[in-house]
Ligand binder design. Structure first.
Ligand SMILES: Nc1nc2c(c(=O)[nH]1)N[C@H]1C(S)=C(S)[C@@H](COP(=O)(O)O)O[C@H]1N2
Ligand SMILES: [Mo]
Length: 301
């Protein structure tokens, strides 16, 4: 089998977050002083979180392309070929095209971010992701004036993704973010977990991670990213619009129509682990609340 591109990535190769932000400030990137200190707060908060172990993170998954059971992705995702892989970046960009994943990675700074991850089904985990900021990728492609949203698409390959042989969702799985959400420094493209290549069941070889939104926004195994001026359709909104909105920010005060979102169960915490109160924006309120100033989050669920 061909050597995979992150085989030799270890914790030691990962740029410490603070050093990374300093570098970004020096080169005049996205992270201004205010943003850097705000991110510093969430980084401190995140480093107090104890990551779930590898076994839990890679055995309790949602990835409907491999079946609807939590243990289906681990059983079936090994059939997916993830090398070679490329991402088509198109729409309102200066440099549209098919970008080979290896070429993308050679230009990106891979770092580690420990993020709390909250599923809409009211369970949560803490995952040490390795990845790079989506903003860096979008800047590489050059976002055109007038672009307002970013649309994402998962691979369609029913011969390897056996869940795609059933119409449980419309394939491909699609997701979207507003451009300012996509450019936010917390928004990651993840390529690894615990310094190892991301396992297929977690979205190999590259998936989105948006830590202040419910898990279904964090689309896996991405093959296409499109810049657009219209709000793109999303899989769960298309399937059941009354239950899943475009924004899907973690919000303990807005219940899912069929269950409360006020508390969550920590996966891996044992059978008798107490439910935890869910935090506004999944605990990233100080970083992201300003994105939604003046919006009615009850209507924009
Ligand atoms: N393509 C695709 N992406 C997906 C999903 C999916 O079914 N297909 N499930 C989503 C849901 S509901 C969740 S909670 C997370 C789960 O990610 P994890 O298995 O790495 O914990 O992936 C999201 N991304
Ligand atoms: Mo989810």
């Amino acid at each position: 089998m061909a050597k995979r591109w992150t085989n030799d990535l270890t914790h030691a190769d990962v740029t410490p977050h603070r050093a990374y932000l300093n570098r970004r400030q020096l080169i005049g990137g996205l992270a201004g002083a205010g943003l850097a200190s705000a991110l510093g707060t969430s980084t401190q908060a995140a480093s107090n979180l104890k990551p779930n172990d590898w076994e839990t993170i890679t055995s309790y998954n949602n990835f409907y392309e491999f079946g609807t059971g939590k243990d289906d992705p681990r059983k079936h995702a090994h059939r997916l070929t993830t090398d070679p892989w490329s991402i088509r970046i198109d729409g309102m960009v200066e440099k549209p095209g098919d970008y080979a994943l290896g070429d993308i990675l050679s230009k990106m700074t891979i770092e580690e971010r420990i993020y709390r991850f909250r599923c809409v089904e009211a369970w949560s985990m803490v995952v040490p992701w390795n990845g790079f900021e989506l903003a860096d990728l979008l800047q590489m492609a050059g976002v055109k004036e007038g672009a307002k949203y970013v649309a994402f698409e998962t691979l369609v390959r029913p011969e390897e993704m056996i869940g795609q042989q059933y119409p449980v969702l419309k394939w491909p799985y699609v997701e979207g973010l507003r451009l300012d959400e996509a450019m936010h420094p917390l928004t990651l493209m993840a390529t690894g977990i615990y310094g190892k290549p991301i396992p297929n069941q977690n979205g190999a070889p590259i998936r989105l991670v948006v830590p202040w939104k419910y898990g279904f926004k964090s689309i896996k195994s991405i093959v296409r990213i499109t810049l657009t001026d219209k709000e793109p359709p999303t899989s769960w909104n298309t399937a059941i619009g009354s239950e899943y909105g475009f924004y899907s920010n973690v919000n303990p005060t807005v219940d899912h129509p069929r269950w409360s979102q006020a508390t969550e169960r920590t996966i891996g915490g044992g059978l008798f682990a107490k439910r935890q109160p869910t935090l506004m924006f999944n605990g990233y309120e100080s970083d992201v609340a300003s994105l939604y100033e003046g919006m009615d989050l009850r209507r924009n669920y």
